[in-house]
Write a protein that binds this ligand. Sequence first.
Ligand code: F6R
Length: 594
Amino acid sequence: MCGIVGYVGNKSAQPILMHSLKRLEYRGYDSCGIALAGSDLEVYKDVGRIDALATKLNSNGCSIGIGHTRWATHGKPSRINAHPHTDCSGQFAVVHNGVISNYLELQTQLILEGHHFSSETDSEVLAHLIEKYYTGDLVSAVKTALTYIKGSYAIIVLGKDTPYIVTARYENPVIIGVGYHENIVASDVPAVLDYTNKVIILKDGDIATVSRESVKVCNNGREQTRNCNVISWDINEAEKGGYEHFMLKEIHEQPKAIAETLRGCLSKVEPQVNPGIKIPDNIEDVLLLGCGSSYHATMIGKYVLELIVGIPTRVELASEFNHANPVLRKTWTIGVTQSGETADTLMALKKARQLGSHTLAITNVVGSSVTRLVDQCFYTRSGPEISVAATKTFITQLMAFYLLALSWPGVDYKYKYGLIQDLGRLSSKVQRLLNHQAEIAKQGANLARFENALYVGRGINYPVALEGALKLKEISYIHAEGYAAGELKHGPFALLTPQTPVIAIAGLDSTREMFLANIREIKARESPLLAIADERDTEIDKYVDCVIRVPSTEPLLSPVINSVALQLLAYFAAEARGCPIDLPRNLAKSVTVP
Ligand code: F6R
């Protein structure tokens, strides 16, 4: 996720671009840049945040320009990889938010034709394609260039001698703030609210020509009418996209995060999976390391790898591994850390390397410390996560494990075919669950009355119970523990009273009969029982007091859907208790001390 802006009007563009970019920093902030069209195209960019770049600029009076704040996906955060990107002749500058999945193919062809590339980004191909197809009309060059692009994009293009900017979108947002003798293009409303509250929202496939006095939108070669909406929110509301908290916003971004992480990795026809990771030769087992939610993701990863690949896999808390005396022989070590900065995970990976292990990091942050420490990286593409509680980064870590397992050489065709189809449908299933969050909100408000709760699951849904309990305790301060359902009778049964609700994550897999037996035992102790269950599961109603039904999926993928339901449950419990959801007490987003 990145932020893009463009200005054309009667004022100096540079301060307006910088101010608008600042409003979009929640979308990414590892590097930034602007391009201004005067007698030449002037480009200023750097690593770091908007304020730092702003101190290096003087307003030069140009009244047309574009800008970008980056969350790296292709190539580390660096000045060269920062946007805007330009073509060889320096006539055009482009800012892009999205992922171009066929950029390597396009780049190879353009290099053969004599284009010189400076950056490691996927976005730079856009500038070169526009240069290639430019014959005097920037709009038609952009239109032709986009016909070659596979993937998602929101772009703004600036030409050296063109009194307008061109913007286009496909699966990434673009809005146009309509002002008096000025127009501002941006990824999101907050970027324009200080200048205008009138906004046009582009649709997929739209290409708009934006000049000082007019906005012309075309789609499929035809001119379109797009209404101007009047925005009534204040700036704080707008930065959260209308959500009360970043956590809820990030929960709702999960369909997109899933789709972005899978993008370009699945081929349903063959069927084939290619996450761009080379499985090391001759490995005999796998070691998974992580902390907190990332550790729970590794526990699910173990089930996935052992079931699909059949390779022995163990999981270790990174903080404990650092004090252990592990034996690693032909072991592939995979460290999972969304921030890429967790000190315990970094130390554990260092130790695994010293013991001769090949290492892979699964992380959400390109250029983070972990990326410099390991042999290979898999990047989840969740975009920045602001709320302290991990939500979308946890879900995309699970995606990483499914992709990795399915790309393993020799994996049975029966898994490949069915699971690839089901993975492709996950994003829309999560969306369906989110569309019905009102029922979960009621259950969350009910849960808020209690001071203790237990979460139980079996098999692949046992780590889901741990994750559900972690979410609840960290944001609502309700004491919650996750257990393997079969373990309750070995001690925790003593806690069961009508004041201790139990949240049961009901799988439809081989654990089913045993799980129902465990649920009956809990019911006999009079604890209120709430089940999270597949929508096909009508039998569960006989055993529990309430059910949250979730979209049906292949049991191996059910941790994704169930975890999203549990995130919402925790969120609404915390909301009912009036907790500071995005910044829970005593916690930090990046834990950089061991
Ligand atoms: C829980 C949470 C933490 C992190 C843990 C590891 O919601 O966010 O438990 O999962 O601190 O962080 P990363 O993944 O950055 O290593």
